[in-house]
Design a protein around this ligand. Structure first.
Ligand SMILES: [Zn+2]
Ligand SMILES: [Zn+2]
Length: 133
């Protein structure tokens, strides 16, 4: 059984991913900086059909730096951002890695939106940095 199960801070929203994540990455775009309150998000992508979610998320829609419509899903009770959807990746969900019960299983492969990185936000120098996503 995989270990990609997680929840929001209060536990009202819980999820399980029934496959290996398709892509794990850090994202330094301005929207991820705002959503997380720091220099980058840490996310993994999975297909909606491989995911089980219980509890209700509230969604906030925003426009990404590349013009995609990104929808940020967060718990209405504790406010914890849990996942995102992007019009550029239909059928996919992007989970915030720190919502995992065991965040150590998250292994980022790349850094996206290095173009908007903050000088105080240091990331693993072994990761490939991509200008855009
Ligand atoms: Zn919650
Ligand atoms: Zn981002």
């Amino acid at each position: 059984m995989n270990e990609f199960i997680g929840s929001c801070m209060c536990g009202a929203v819980q999820y399980a991913v029934k496959s290996e994540p398709r892509l794990s990455f850090l994202c330094q775009c301005r929207q991820c900086q705002r959503i997380t309150g720091t220099g980058h998000s840490a996310e993994f992508m999975a297909s909606e059909k491989d995911i089980y979610i219980s509890g209700d998320l509230k969604f906030y829609e925003l426009t990404a730096d590349n013009g995609n419509t990104v929808t940020s899903g967060f718990c209405p009770t504790c406010g914890n951002p849990v996942l995102k959807k992007s019009s550029g990746y239909p059928g996919m969900l992007f989970f915030h890695a720190a919502t995992l019960d065991n965040p150590t299983v998250f292994m980022p492969q790349a850094v996206f939106w290095g173009v908007s990185h903050q000088p105080w936000d240091y990331v693993n120098p072994n990761l490939e940095i991509k200008e855009y996503a």
